[in-house]
Structure formats: C-alpha cells, structure tokens
Design a protein around this ligand. Structure first.
Ligand code: ASP
Length: 439
C-alpha cells in the first residue's frame, strides 16, 4: 500500500504543526511520499511565506534593499528548526537564495523557495530523503506541464526510495529555470506524484475536515460531504467551492486514484473521499451547493427565432469575436439568453450590442446585471423525483424570484440564477430543505 500525502501551508506553519504532521505520517507506514507546501499563516493576520517571498523578490528586482524582508523569511524557518531541536544549518541555502534574488532569478524561482526550503526542513525532521521537485517535475517550452517526461522522471527517481519528501508547487523549464504552478499548486504536485508512483490513495491534508455541503460563511456549520465523485467536484469547484486546486484532479483521476481530504488538526475525522464512481448512497439528494456572484444576462428576443436557421450560431459568433466565453444559454421559443461574467462583458458591451443587431436583427435586447448563479449538485438527483420542484418551493417560500434555470442533461446539477441580493438567502433555503429537513 502506498499513500502520497500532501500537507498544506497551515499544516506546516509552525513547529507545533510540524509535530502534528510527523505524528500523522508516522502513524502509517504506507505514508511514504510527502509533498509539503510552504509555511502558511499561523494566525489569521499572519502572512504566508509564499507572499513574503513574492514581496521580497519584488524589492530585489527593483534594486531596493531587501535584507529586512529576507530576514523575516529566514526567521520563519529558523524558528521551526530551533523549536523542533533539529541539527540543521540552513545558512548556505539562505545565502544561495539571496544571491539568486540579487541575480534576478525570477518571481517563480523566488516563490518556489517557500516549498523548497520547507521540504528540506521536513525531510530532516522525518528522516526521509529530500527529492528536489526541479529534478522530477517538468514543464514544456510553452509553459504547459509536461506530463509524460515528469511521470517517467518521478518513477525513476523514486524507484527503490522507500520514503521521500518532494516539495510542491514548482518544477523546471527545459532551460532549467524554475516555474511554479498557479497559486495553491502544491495540490497538483501531490496529484502528479500519486499518479506516477501508482499510489493507492492521495491524501490531501488541510485545515478543514473535508468539503462542506455549503459555504460556512453563508450556512452556519454545514455538514461535511463524506463521498463525492470527481464530476460533482468539478461542478462545485467551478462554482467557487475551494479547498482543492482545480487542476489537481486530473492526474489522479486519470490513474483511478481516490483523493481523501483530511484535517491535520482533527486527523481522526474521516474527511471527504473524492472518487471516480461509487455505489454508496449519498446521505442527501444533493451532494453540495455552491455559487458565484457577478454575472450578466443578455436576453435576445425575436419572433420566430426558433425556425431561423443558424440564429444561435450567429449570436454566439458575436461573443466569440469579442473574446467573451459564455457560462449558460437558456432559451425559449422566441428568446435566447446568454449568461456571461459581468467584468468581462462590461468593457465590450457596446461592441456586442451592435454586433448582435447586425448579425441577427433582434426585436429587442435586454440586459440584466448583478445576477448570481447557484449550482445545486448531486449524483442522486437523477433518480430522485421532484428535486427541481423542491428547490423552487424552497425559494418561493423565502420570497426569492428565480431569474433563470438550467439543468444539464447529465442531471448532475441544476443551475439557478437569482438577483445578487438574494444569493445568501437562496443558498440557505436550499440547504434547509435538502439537508436540515432530512436529518
Ligand atoms: N505556497 C503556494 C501558495 O501559497 C502553493 C501552495 O501552497 O500550494 O500558493
């Protein structure tokens, strides 16, 4: 049994957190490959080491004095090393990083040092081998992740290595410079390593006990999701449910490896299992609710548009030409609505309106802004009758006007559009009817 275990920044923010992490790793022999993030926040007003590195490098790049900012970063590491009583002198490593800052090695290089240095400390503390991600994680010249080369390199490097620490977040470009994934990218490294070594499970340790059915800032103490499929997770993450980096799903999913989201501060909590498919009956008809604000709907009306060949294509062409991708497209017989991101649409508004007039000669165009979209997601919806009816009953009861409905043909989700001012109340009322009333 092989487990790849990734620990997020808050799990490694202090010596106390390092101790919890080591206890978790040592509790199971299968936890052989460890992917750490950089030290994160110790308290809510604290700064993540990654952000400190970016800020420090920006000073260096402008030729300003960055020694004070740099000392604050090294202090984060030395305090962990000292408190853990490690026999580890990082002076040389720090000096190399400093010299590379002066030599303007780049922002990605700078940010990657958060994980690199933390990996060295953690490897020492665990007594594991340290494997630099720069030697095994590769990008192509285009900046795209090089899956093939990486998989081969990770496999070769880790064959025969019983236990190792591979820092997250970065890899090498073909010219040997360092490149990082986007923010939160250590999740991706963990997934890549898990797929490459053929892990049985990818454990992603963070500071929450898995995914919650809804956003805790909106619903008080929402229940956790025990099991979620990759498809459901995609729908929810797309609508803004955080915890795991969106791109972290692909490597393990392709290899059929489940992800278990776990809480470093409550290791006995089961967390959330993310799986390809499951026969496990979900506890509720819905698996999760997520949503986003900031959408605009462009409603186009024209009598008989339904029978006008190529109408839809000509409408979408206008959006495409203006570089705007659409989110949803509910339509009626003589109406068609295009839902787009407000911030993308606004600067192009007049071009799009004139383009539509030219392309399809509509009877009228009406624009509504400040729309919020809510995705109600659940694999059980397919076999449950009346799900949409229950959603609308809940919203009507809460005096919320539904502006748009869109149900995908997969019957995995129902998307509802409401005015932004009704967003929170709408989510609460859906949670109530499907979760609270079912307990
Ligand atoms: N340290 C990086 C960040 O803060 C990557 C990560 O934590 O996954 O974005």
């Amino acid at each position: 049994m092989i487990k790849v275990v990734k620990f997020g920044g808050s799990s490694l923010a202090s010596a106390e957190q390092f101790r919890k992490v080591a206890d978790i790793i040592h509790a199971e022999d299968a936890r052989r490959y460890v992917v750490p993030s950089a030290p994160g926040k110790r308290f809510s007003a604290d700064t993540k080491v990654t952000d400190m590195l970016y800020a420090c490098y920006d000073l260096a790049a402008k030729g300003k004095d960055f020694s004070e900012a740099f000392a604050k970063i090294t202090e984060r590491y030395t305090s962990i090393i000292d408190e853990l009583g490690l026999d580890l002198d990082m002076t040389e490593e720090f000096n190399t990083v400093k010299a590379c800052f002066i030599g303007k090695a780049g922002r990605d290089y700078a940010a990657s040092r958060g994980e690199y240095l933390n990996g060295i400390v953690l490897a020492k503390y665990l007594g594991y081998e340290f494997v630099d991600a720069a030697d095994v994680i590769f990008f192509k010249d285009s900046g795209e992740f090089d899956a093939e080369r990486t998989q081969k390199a990770v496999r070769e490097r880790l064959t025969g290595v019983e236990k190792a620490v591979v820092p997250g977040f970065y890899g090498s470009m073909p010219n040997d410079t360092i490149k990082t994934f986007s923010r939160g990218g250590s999740d991706i490294t963990g997934s890549i390593v898990a797929a490459a070594v053929g892990a049985d499970i990818y454990e992603n340790w963070t500071d929450v006990s898995g995914f919650l059915i809804s956003d805790p800032r909106i619903v008080k103490d929402p229940l956790p999701i025990h099991t979620i499929t990759y498809k459901e997770l995609r729908e929810l993450s797309y609508m803004g449910a955080g915890v795991l980096h969106e791109d972290a799903i692909f490597p393990v999913r392709k290899a059929g490896i489940p992800i278990n989201i776990k809480n470093t501060n409550a290791p006995l909590d089961p967390g959330t299992m993310i799986v390809e498919s499951t026969s496990q009956k979900p506890q509720f008809t819905i698996t999760g609710i997520a949503g986003k604000k900031g959408f605009t709907v462009v409603n186009i009306e024209k009598d008989m548009m339904n029978s006008e060949l190529g109408f839809g294509r000509r409408v979408l062409e206008v959006f495409e030409k203006n570089g705007i991708s659409f989110e949803h497209m509910p339509s009626g017989i003589d109406t068609m609505s295009i839902v787009v991101h407000q911030t993308e649409f606004e600067p192009k508004e007049q071009e799009i309106l004139s383009g539509l007039h030219r392309n399809v000669h509509p009877d009228s165009i009406d624009i509504e802004t400040d729309l919020a979209l809510i995705a109600v997601v659940g694999r059980a919806m397919k076999s449950a009758r009346g799900t949409a009816g229950r959603i609308f009953a809940a919203l009507a009861h809460a005096h919320i006007n539904v502006k748009m409905i869109d149900q995908g043909s997969s019957e995995l989700n129902i998307i509802i559009g409401v005015e932004e001012k009704d967003f929170e109340a709408a989510i609460k009322s859906i949670y109530e009817i499907f979760v609270v009333h079912q307990l």
